[in-house]
Design a protein around this ligand. Structure first.
Ligand SMILES: Cc1cc2nc3c(=O)[nH]c(=O)nc-3n(C[C@H](O)[C@H](O)[C@H](O)COP(=O)(O)O)c2cc1C
Length: 163
């Protein structure tokens, strides 16, 4: 049985909805354990015990969120050289950009020598004003479907031994 670990952080709920959508779709596949964990709770043993990873984070200040960065900072050296070749994918919840968060995660995962299994998905909420940025987000159905597709593809790729 393969294990897919989905690690997320979210401040205004967008990335959480994206992570839930991916987890729901991944769980629809057979022969896979799907673990959905908040970034603040995920530890080295969780990373070591998984076969593939989905990282889901907001882009804040042209970077991954502080809580997601803390997850990588806490665990980077504890699992270095022990995850080599395992697949990963990324979902980013952004206002209007998201590309720096993708780059940052790709660079960290290069250090871990993970394998990027799928193109990153960026969902832009188009919030422009401070009020809109701080408000709870409702991710559109069409964007949740894109997240579901990633969850399903990662899970089925893992169970079929493609990744
Ligand atoms: C402090 C802060 C900085 C932000 N910086 C960016 C940014 O650099 N690029 C971007 O596209 N969106 C930026 N945003 C918008 C968020 O990415 C957007 O609100 C998204 O919905 C956050 O995901 P969440 O709902 O999961 O918290 C920022 C939001 C906050 C609160």
């Amino acid at each position: 049985m393969k294990t897919l670990l989905i690690i997320f952080h979210s401040m205004t709920d967008g990335a959480r909805q994206m992570a839930e959508a991916a987890a729901f779709a991944a769980r629809s596949q057979n022969d896979i354990v799907v673990r959905l964990m908040h970034a603040s709770e995920a530890k080295a043993e969780d990373l070591l015990g998984a076969d593939g990873y989905l990282f889901v984070t907001p882009e804040n200040l042209a970077a991954i969120s502080g809580v997601m960065k803390d997850f990588f900072d806490r665990n980077f050296y504890l699992v270095l050289d022990q995850l080599i070749g395992r697949p990963y994918a990324t979902l980013i919840c952004a206002g209007s950009d998201g590309h720096n968060a993708v780059k940052q995660i790709d660079r960290i995962c290069l250090g871990w020598r993970l394998r990027k299994a799928l193109e990153s998905v960026i969902v832009c909420t188009q919030a422009q004003t401070p009020q809109a940025i701080m408000a709870k987000k409702n991710i559109l159905e069409q964007d949740l479907v894109r997240c579901q597709e990633v969850g399903e593809a990662l899970a089925s790729g893992l169970t079929m031994g493609i990744f």
